[in-house]
Design a protein around this ligand. Structure first.
Ligand code: AQP
Length: 335
């Protein structure tokens, strides 16, 4: 890790195949940040089991996700790419921090409320303490910044509260992280129900565009994307009145670099029939090199496993330093 550079920690759960939302909301900006910062990018598999997973799928998706990270442009030499469960310090610090987090604080987390409504048959304690594990993830690396989607900002705030409480008792152990919502990190909504976030665990496969989808599937999904009943079928940005069109415009804008005004002008008088396939084509071209490189990398399992091993070693080294300090502060006897 280079001296003088600020540190970033972020992660994506291998809870489903990565989507256009994962790419535009996270991965794309991670690549942009990786020159300027010391970056720890994890595969948050510990977090993913807060919702029941099929073990074989979770294992397969984890290795595929490593390949996607690299294919999307994250250089494993410049960034620490690692699997969260390979670094035991995450679970260890999370336990300690659980004892410095209040029940009431966790009860206010909107993600807990959303996810427990979605998984009413499995409202487990891990789902409730998810923000504590996330705080451990961040604090172990003394991260300055945590790039997250707007929906995750509340979790960075509780992390700061936990760290402030701990530091207040024991002195300056943890650096206080700032949430960082990248400018390009648009919130991408489902193509079939644009009032909901595009989520990799969505049960409607047409609402989600996956990074590794075949071009014909991407085109089909965009052609079917929900718009609205505006009789003029006008491509105009109005998220409240036209959430489906606004979402497609956001996607097209991030994929092509065009502004919303330029997009309105480009499709003036053309209607949704011309607009939707163009958004699909832009996404097909955006994903093509990533999909091809991922396919190539997946042929070399040993290479991908080597990245995980090296990443876990580097991450453990930094994480252990913080954990040892914490253990000493709280009074655990030396080993
Ligand atoms: N649709 C999205 N638009 C913008 N950003 C998104 N992110 C996820 N979906 C979108 C951002 O990606 C980062 C990693 O998220 P995660 O995979 O760890 O968890 P998540 O937000 O719960 O993602 P999903 O796809 O919705 O997963 P499931 O379905 O398993 O819950 C975060 O920074 C997130 O904001």
């Amino acid at each position: 890790m280079e001296q003088g550079k600020k540190t970033i920690l972020s992660g994506i759960q291998p809870s489903g195949d990565l989507t256009l939302g994962s790419y535009l909301g996270a991965l794309k900006s991670w690549v942009e940040l990786s020159e300027e910062y010391n970056c720890y990018y994890m595969l948050a598999d510990l977090h993913s089991i807060t919702v029941r997973q099929v073990p074989a799928d979770l294992r397969r998706r984890t290795l595929t996700q490593v390949a996607v990270y690299v294919a999307a442009g994250l250089d494993p030499e410049k960034n620490v790419l690692f699997v969260q469960s390979h670094v035991p310090a995450h679970a260890e610090l999370a336990w300690v921090l659980n004892c410095y987090t209040m029940f009431g604080e966790l009860s206010r987390m909107t993600q807990f409320k959303d996810k427990s409504a979605k998984n009413a048959e499995n409202i487990n304690a891990g789902l409730f303490t998810y923000p504590v594990l996330m705080a451990a993830d961040i604090l172990l690396y003394q991260a300055d910044l945590v790039p997250v989607g707007a929906d995750q900002k509340q979790h960075v705030e509780i992390c700061r509260d936990i760290a402030t409480r701990f530091n207040g008792i024991y002195g300056d152990v943890f650096r206080l992280p700032e949430p960082f919502i990248p400018r390009s990190g648009a919130r991408i909504m489902s193509l079939t129900s644009p009032e909901h976030k595009m989520s990799k665990s969505d049960t409607d496969p047409n609402g989600c565009v996956y990074l590794l989808d075949k071009p014909e599937d991407i085109m089909r999904k965009f052609k079917k994307a929900v718009t609205d009943s505006d009789t003029e079928r006008c491509v105009h940005y109005d998220p409240a009145a036209k959430p489906g069109v606004a979402n497609l415009m956001t996607i097209y804008s991030v994929a092509t670099g065009k502004s919303l005004d330029e997009i309105e002008a480009e499709f003036s008088g053309l209607g949704y029939g011309a607009f939707k396939p163009r958004v699909g084509e832009a996404v097909v071209e955006l994903f093509r090199p990533i999909r091809e490189e991922t396919d190539r990398l997946l042929q070399d399992k040993a290479y991908l496993e080597g990245i995980c091993r090296a990443g876990a070693e580097k991450a453990s080294c930094a994480a252990e330093r913080t954990l040892r300090k914490v253990y000493k502060k709280v009074g655990f006897a030396a080993r």
